[in-house]
Design a binder for this molecule. Structure first.
Ligand SMILES: Cc1cc2nc3c(=O)[nH]c(=O)nc-3n(C[C@H](O)[C@H](O)[C@H](O)COP(=O)(O)OP(=O)(O)OC[C@H]3O[C@@H](n4cnc5c(N)ncnc54)[C@H](O)[C@@H]3O)c2cc1C
Length: 406
């Protein structure tokens, strides 16, 4: 499908999502109707190659689609982002690299099967984060060991968007056979929904509520085919090709920032203020006639457009030069700019509009809360900035006073 065809599809799905966003935010429930729309649109196969029946899109197209979807519902777009990061990574990590790393030929067949299932409507999630470790792969405490030709995975994941509602989850776990003091071997497994344990029902956060990002326990024996690629691939990919852990979120927060501008413009366009009577009677004027309000909208417009261009540029570089050091920098810049911009813009516009736009149920109030999560999601803005700062200095971001990025 052409880029403009994909955007029209995203426009259609987004239009269906928009009226439901407030209610999913209120209940913090899994947005089943939104995900059904996604499924029937075919967008679950967006990043799956044509040869497997998918739409064959690259990262730049993903960025455009995700930005559009997030304008209607940041939370539902975040669920789509998790699915896209699994299917995108599987589809686009080069076969040669996978073979060079020692993955068996059977992995390529399994990978194709997983991608074909996405085209048929299967939806995937990501379960990396743990209490105490956050998203830092090297600090994970979910372990796996080989038992009778299978992998036994045991541990607890703190946050997984869509937990209990999806078909399978990319679970990151640490090889129990490697001594604690050695370099950790972290691997990815695709674990079916039936194999995850009790899903907690504690998700009640400030924003991005309609993602149902509950934690779960896991104590499962999965087939060898559940191993994605080779053992130890997780840290390697995080350092060499961070786009699938980093940049897919960035697109979502650009869409959230655009939604903040749209919500503020709608509010300002309808709001009246009384001009103080210096001479003659007081009169009501539109809030939009205030240069103080307009300059905030203008700054927001420039900031969000800059973030959008940075995220699209990162997408272009991921498509053209995956694994390149400059591509990684573009990816970290995109995440940092998008996460920070979304909240800065939403907060500034909330100030411009005033309390009327911050009452429960107002679009801007929800978007402001959603935008707060951007800088927190991995890698946090602080960590992304540390990686970029180290690159400026030509040093290793994992060395020194800061935490390792992964
Ligand atoms: C809406 C939403 C959806 C999410 N969905 C998913 C999902 O689907 N899958 C998933 O895996 N995760 C998901 N997450 C979790 C997200 O990845 C976590 O928020 C992230 O892992 C960070 O963890 P944390 O917020 O607990 O912060 P922490 O990692 O606990 O960090 C808190 C603070 O401590 C600092 N800190 C922590 N450790 C160190 C250290 N060793 N040295 C120095 N400083 C340190 C951090 O920099 C930060 O400032 C989601 C989060 C949100 C908000």
């Amino acid at each position: 499908m052409t880029s403009s065809g994909l955007l029209s599809l995203a426009e259609e799905v987004g239009a269906a999502w928009a009226p439901r966003a407030a209610e999913y935010d209120r209940t913090a429930a899994f947005p089943q109707a939104d995900m059904d729309d996604l499924r029937s649109s075919g967008l679950l196969g967006l990043l799956v190659p044509d040869r497997l029946g998918g739409m064959g899109a690259g990262f730049e197209d993903y960025v455009r689609v995700a930005v559009r979807l997030a304008r209607s519902s940041g939370a539902s777009a975040l669920l789509f982002n998790m699915h896209a990061s699994v299917t995108g990574a599987l589809a686009r990590v080069p076969d040669d690299l996978v073979r060079a790393l020692g993955a068996p030929q059977s992995f390529l067949a399994t990978r194709d099967e997983v991608l074909e299932r996405a085209v048929a409507g299967a939806m995937y999630g990501v379960a990396i984060s743990e209490i105490g470790a956050g998203p830092r792969l090297s600090a994970l405490q979910t372990y796996y060991r080989k038992e009778d030709g299978k992998y036994r995975i045991r541990g607890r994941k703190s946050t997984c968007s869509g937990a209990g509602h999806l078909d399978a989850y990319l679970v990151a776990a640490r090889d129990a056979a490697v001594p604690e003091e050695g370099s950790p071997r972290i691997s990815y497994f695709l674990v079916p929904n039936a194999d995850i344990g009790d899903v907690e029902q504690r998700w009640d956060p400030l924003g991005m509520r309609g993602t149902a990002s509950n934690g779960f326990t896991i104590d499962a024996c999965v087939d060898e085919a559940a191993l994605l690629g080779v053992e130890g691939i997780a840290l390697l990919l995080a350092h060499a090709m961070p786009e699938w852990l980093v940049a897919s979120y960035a697109a979502v927060y650009v869409g959230v920032a655009q939604a903040a501008i749209a919500a503020a413009a709608a509010y300002v366009g309808a709001a009246l203020v009384r001009e103080p009577a210096n001479e003659g009677p007081a009169r009501e004027v539109g809030l939009g006639s205030s240069p103080w309000v307009r300059q905030r909208l203008g700054r927001a417009d420039a900031q969000v457009e800059a973030a959008r261009l940075a995220v699209e540029e990162a997408g272009r570089q991921v498509d053209a030069n995956p694994g390149d050091a400059e591509t990684s920098r573009a990816v970290y810049r995109a995440k940092l700019l998008a996460g920070d911009t979304a909240f800065e813009v939403a907060a500034s516009l909330a100030e411009a509009c005033g309390l009327g736009a911050l009452m429960r149920g107002s679009d801007l109030e929800r978007i402001l809360r959603d935008a707060r999560s951007g800088a927190v999601m991995p890698p946090s803005s602080d960590i992304a900035a540390n990686v970029l700062g180290a690159a400026v200095l030509g040093t290793d971001p994992g060395v020194g006073l800061g935490a390792r990025p992964w």
